[in-house]
Design a protein around this ligand. Structure first.
Ligand SMILES: Nc1ncnc2c1ncn2[C@@H]1O[C@H](COP(=O)(O)OP(=O)(O)O)[C@@H](O)[C@H]1O
Ligand code: SF4
Ligand SMILES: [Mg+2]
Length: 382
């Protein structure tokens, strides 16, 4: 079991979203899957957080928990505060109100999110009618504006078309319009570009950035692909086996990954300057079985640096404190220290609470070559 965070991040009291020690257990017939195992982070307004990790690490379950869309077999504990409201334990009626109004959701396959029998204008305007009591005419006008904002050509004409009449990329723009029509404070996008080709993928990611600038919502971008988050997020949360491996500013995690799993993920992305034909590193083995999580570090079975301590004891959250650095704590910032955690701060040390990890033998590699997105750089899904 992992323990609460040593530091909750940078957002402090101004957070749109504050997740604390979140756990999601899914009951199966003969076992329980610990899909999310003690995750904590904050999101500031307009902040873009990339949630990365291989398939089966609990990313979608975390995204569904934030959107109030978990299956009825899921048991949730901890806290999810969205705009000050507690979602854990909220009634289904309240969750339905929050969904679509305060949180917009975009999934991988636009076809499963859209109703094939309804015209696009009606679908995009639906949430406005439901949550804001808009008339059919108002909803249609706003839907047209939204389709224009997401870059659909001739938005007026698209209102009366059906989803199958559009390309995959255009359908995903329609799904984004549906998610954002009520101007939510948080957008959860779960593998939103995985089903799209590389050119459309980068157009959709650019669109998220533009909409974030124009509408100001925070974004949780879920992906198994480190290349996708490189240019489109402010911070990265690396998840492994339902737990946090590392959380930090995107630049810091790319330049100096501290967890050995993050290091492995990054080694799978091509580096500028690498000699031609250099093979992509890939991580051997598979993520742990979340119905029987290991006692120690979940990555130990695949990690070249694992020792007995790694196998026996799950690492606590750690942050770096440089000798003679200074500690600056922002006004209203909160630092939560896990039970029995020890924080030694050297005189005049600076604690960068934004970058933390859980690893007994953290990497100290400081990359000098920038990373690039490349069509062949995605991790292979098991
Ligand atoms: N509805 C469900 N029923 C049973 N197991 C589930 C369900 N949803 C997720 N899981 C399990 O939870 C774990 C995490 O899954 P998921 O959140 O989909 O990971 P990711 O999105 O990182 O691929 C996996 O072991 C998966 O099989
Ligand atoms: S805690 Fe140990 S096994 Fe886990 S990633 Fe770090 S070095 Fe590897
Ligand atoms: Mg998923």
């Amino acid at each position: 079991m992992s323990s609460p965070a040593a530091a909750t991040g940078t957002a402090g009291e101004a957070a749109v979203l504050a997740v604390a020690d979140l756990r999601v257990d899914i009951a199966l017939r003969h076992s329980t899957v610990h899909a999310v195992d003690g995750i904590s982070f904050d999101l500031a307004p307009g902040e873009r957080l990339g949630l990365v990790g291989e398939s089966g690490c609990g990313k979608s379950t975390l995204g569904l928990a934030l959107a109030g869309l978990l299956p009825s077999t899921a048991r949730v504990s901890g806290s999810i505060r969205l705009g000050g409201k507690e979602l854990v334990g909220a009634a289904e009626r309240e969750l339905r109100r929050i969904r679509g109004r305060d949180v917009g959701v975009v999934f991988q396959d636009p076809m499963t999110s859209l109703n094939p029998t309804k015209r696009i204008g009606v679908q995009v305007g639906e949430a406005l009618r439901l949550h804001d009591g808009a008339t059919a005419g108002e909803a249609r006008d706003r839907a047209r504006e939204m389709l224009e904002l997401v870059g659909l050509p001739r938005p007026g004409e698209q209102l009366d078309r059906y989803p199958h009449e559009l390309s995959g990329g255009m359908r995903q723009r329609v799904v984004i319009a549906c998610a954002l029509i009520c101007r939510p404070t948080l957008l959860v996008a779960d593998e939103p570009t995985t089903a799209l080709d590389v050119t459309i993928q980068s157009q959709i990611l650019d669109l998220f950035d533009r909409l974030r600038d124009e509408l100001g919502m925070a974004i949780l971008l879920v992906t198994h692909d480190m290349g996708v988050v490189a240019g489109h997020t402010d911070r990265i949360l690396v998840m492994y086996g339902g737990r946090e491996a590392e959380l930090g500013p995107t630049r810091a995690v790319f330049a100096q990954p501290r967890h050995r799993y993050s290091e492995g993920l990054l080694a799978s992305v091509i580096r500028i300057g690498a000699p031609r034909g250099t093979p992509l590193a890939s991580i051997g083995g598979r993520p742990p079985d979340l119905a029987a999580p290991p006692a120690g570090c979940g990555f130990a079975a695949r990690c070249a640096h694992a020792d007995a301590a790694c196998r026996d004891v799950a690492p606590q959250a750690r942050v770096d404190v440089a000798p003679q650095a200074r500690v600056d704590v922002a006004p209203q910032a909160r630092v939560d220290v896990a039970p029995q955690a020890r924080v030694d701060v050297a005189p005049q040390a600076r604690v960068d609470v934004a970058h933390r990890w859980r690893c007994h033998h953290p990497a100290s590699y400081a990359g000098d070559a920038p990373l690039v997105r490349d069509a062949s750089s995605t991790l292979v899904e098991p």
